[in-house]
Design a protein around this ligand. Sequence first.
Ligand code: DAK
Length: 266
Amino acid sequence: MSELPAYKTIIVTKIDNSAGLKVGQIQFNRPDVLNALNIELMGELLDALQKFDKDGETGCIIITGSAKAFAAGADIKEMATQSAIDMHIRDQFAVWDKIRKIKKPVIAAVSGFALGGGCELSMACDMIVAAESAKFGQPEIKLGVIPGAGGTQRLTRAIGKARAMEMILTGRMYSAREMYEAGLVSRLADDEVFIEEAVALAKEIASMPPIALQMAKDSILKAFDTTIEGGLEYERKAFYLLFASEDMKEGMGAFVEKRKPKWKGK
Ligand code: DAK
C-alpha cells in the first residue's frame, strides 16, 4: 500500500516510525455533522482498515476524529426514515461486523463527543486513548431505541453491569476521567497532547513482532466469548504456533546474543 487511497469522508495517513513498522491513521472528516457515521463513511472506514490490515508496512492503526467530536453516533438523519425491512434488505450495518475481523491492533484516539455508534466504535477498537475533553455516552434511549452496535455487550463487559445500566438507561454523557476510572479508557491525556500520546503508543506497539501482536490480540478477544478453560487452551495453542515463526527465533536469538531483534513479520 505505497499509494494511499483518497476518500471523501475520511483522511488516511501513514506515520513513520523509526522503531518499527508504520502507524496507519484514519481520521473522520465530516466535521459539520460531528462526524456522524453515515453509510458512506462506514464503507470507507472498513475499506481503509482492511487495506492497512493487509499492508506489510503498517503495524498498528489509529482511528480518530476532530477536536469537537470523535463521532456523535450513527447518522440520525439517514436512519430516521428507514423501516426494519429497509435495514434488513440493505444490511447496511454488516460493515460493523467486519470491523471486528481486523487482525492488527486498532487504537481509538477520542476527543470531544463519542456518542451512540461513536462510543460503540471506540469500544470495538482494542484500546481507547482519550483527551480530557472526551465525552462518552449511549443516548439511543432518548431516540426511542437502544445501542445496536455492541453497546449493551461491550460496555457491560468493560465497566460492569450497574454502570452500564446507568449509562444506557439514562442516556447521559460521562467524562473521559469517569470512563478512565471505570476502565473503558486505557490512557487519559491533556487535549493538546492526546494525539501524540496515541501515536506514541501506536508506534511502541508497531515496533513489536507483527504475528505475535496478532496472536495476542486474538487471544485477548477470545476471553470475551469462552470459558477460562477454553481460553487457556486457545492461548496455549497460539503460544505453540508462534514457535513456527521466524520472529520467535529472531526474538529469542537476539536476547541470547544481546542485540536488538529485527522482525520479519513471518
Ligand atoms: N446524526 C446526524 N447529524 C448529527 C448527529 C448525528 N448523530 N449528531 C450531530 N449532528 C449534526 C446536527 O444535526 C447539527 O447539524 P445542523 O443542524 O447544523 O445541520 C450538527 O451536527 C452540529 O450538532 P449540534 O448543533 O447538535 O451541536 P451541539 O454542540 O449543540 O450538540 C451533541 C452536540 C453531540 C450533544 C448533539 O449534536 C447530539 O445530541 N447529537 C446526537 C447524538 C446521538 O443521539 N447519537 C446517537 C445516534 S443513534 C447499529 C450500528 C450503529 C448504531 C445503531 C445500530 N447496528 C450495527 C445495527 C448507532 C446508532 C446511533 O448512534
